[in-house]
Design a protein around this ligand. Structure first.
Ligand SMILES: Cc1cc2nc3c(=O)[nH]c(=O)nc-3n(C[C@H](O)[C@H](O)[C@H](O)COP(=O)(O)OP(=O)(O)OC[C@H]3O[C@@H](n4cnc5c(N)ncnc54)[C@H](O)[C@@H]3O)c2cc1C
Length: 405
């Protein structure tokens, strides 16, 4: 086997790492290149859905995930005007659909570290850090990634296939020259964490969505570095509020007072503001390049679906590349990957995350009341309840994707 007989992955975030692990387990040499010296520890995705746990279990990852995470079978929708729960949804309805009828709350970087620890045991897996991929190209049977080390030196990596798992601003997607259609929401989101125990103080579940026409909030608990628990609150910042205002103690304290009044004073541990987009790439592959995860689709975080759907992409793609590696025709398999994952990214993740955000922020009192009534009705009816959690857990997405020829 020559040095070119490997698959290169640009990006060693959650999707690049998992995809690399799967490829190495298929017996394929894989080189993952990441610009960071360790996984980003800022607050990003924090929920592993049942569909993801089902995919992780045969890879031997779930014991450690369960050891480090918090199990949460229920999530709540609330009316923030009354501070009362409107509807509770229970993944227990999925007991016949999944081995994991609950989500696991765990910070994204811990999931990545668990995957890296497993991958490091694979002799065919190589992760190179602090290296920035800045140019990619391909020929009839090769790919090339040019990457810059921290000292400025450039190294050229050659392989047979290249996966762009390099996030929303993907260099690989730009080189593929495909559209990234969609839109950016006018408001930014400020993620603030606090150690105040909101479960005890306000009767929250570990994941909660509190609807309000002006100042909604989404709240979830993560283990924190000391396992004492950290509450993560996502507050929308209005478009006319400056970054400085939104990041100030005064702004955050005002949001805590509105949204968490019954909990009393909340200490601010951390804050992080970012813009939120809904976009899907016009194609998930071109020749020997393929996209997975945020490089292929990005969405708002309400519902915890972006990273989870990215795992489905990465594992699907790795399995198809393994077939190709063993001699199957590439074009039909990659075309099927595109059909399976692009369509479901639009129909499930984009549609559901947009619907979730609109329900949270609805301003028209009649529509707002109707939305909340609809949630109540769904929670009360066994069949609708199960349908809703099948969709929220991305099990429905996975099944649909697998059925697409
Ligand atoms: C600020 C922020 C907050 C978020 N909050 C939430 C949330 O609350 N809930 C939720 O569900 N989702 C959230 N998300 C989305 C979630 O984090 C993503 O869906 C998930 O990270 C996708 O994983 P990925 O591996 O595709 O991309 P990423 O996690 O972006 O990983 C890409 C990796 O590629 C590396 N990379 C990028 N470009 C290059 C290059 N040129 N060369 C080498 N390496 C490169 C990066 O260093 C990174 O490690 C958030 C995202 C962001 C950016």
């Amino acid at each position: 086997m020559s040095d070119i007989d490997r698959i290169i992955i640009a990006g060693g975030g959650p999707i690049g790492t998992l995809t690399g692990l799967r490829l190495a387990r298929h017996g394929i040499p894989v080189t993952v290149l990441d610009r960071l010296d360790k996984p980003a520890e800022d607050h990003r995705a924090a929920t592993l859905q049942p569909s993801t746990l089902d995919l992780f279990a045969p890879m031997g990852l779930t014991d450690e995930i369960l050891r480090q995470g918090l199990i949460s079978p229920m999530f709540q929708w609330r009316d923030r005007e009354t501070h009362k729960a409107v509807a509770e949804f229970d993944y227990g309805y999925l007991k016949d659909d999944t081995a994991f009828p609950y989500v696991v709350q765990i910070e994204q970087h811990k999931t990545v570290n668990i995957a890296i620890a497993a991958a490091r045991k694979e002799p065919l897996f190589q992760l190179i850090r602090s290296i920035d991929v800045f140019d990619v190209s391909q020929g009839s049977d090769w790919v090339e990634a040019k990457a810059r080390h921290e000292d400025g030196s450039v190294e050229v990596f050659r392989g047979r296939w290249l996966i762009g798992a390099d996030g929303g601003r993907s260099v690989v997607r730009k080189e593929m020259d495909v559209s990234f259609d969609g839109f950016t929401w006018p408001e930014r989101f400020n993620i603030v964490t606090t150690t105040r125990d909101l479960e005890a103080a306000m009767g929250f579940r570990l994941r909660n969505y509190c609807a309000h026409p002006e100042r909604w909030v989404s709240l979830m608990k993560v283990p924190g570095e000391d396992f004492e628990g950290l509450w993560r609150c996502v507050f929308p910042a209005k478009s006319d509020e400056t970054d400085e205002e939104v990041m100030s103690d005064a702004w955050i304290t005002a949001r805590f007072a509105e949204c968490l009044a019954p909990a009393g004073e909340c200490e601010i541990v951390h804050r992080n503001m970012y813009s939120v987009h809904q976009r899907v790439a016009g194609a998930f592959y071109k020749g020997r390049f393929a996209l997975a995860g945020d490089s292929a689709h990005i969405n708002n975080p309400i519902g915890g679906m972006g990273m989870n759907s990215g795992f489905q992409d990465g594992l699907n793609l790795a399995d198809k590349l393994a077939e190709i590696w063993k001699g199957a025709d590439a074009e039909p398999l990659l075309a099927r990957y595109d059909r399976q994952r692009r369509l479901t990214a639009i129909e499930y993740v984009q549609a559901q995350s947009i619907a979730n955000k609109r329900t949270l922020e609805e301003r028209d009192p009649k529509v707002r009341a109707a939305n909340l009534d609809n949630l109540r009705r769904m929670a009360a009816d066994k069949e609708s309840h199960r349908d809703f959690v099948l969709r929220s857990s991305l099990i429905a997405m996975y099944r649909k994707s697998e059925m697409i020829e």
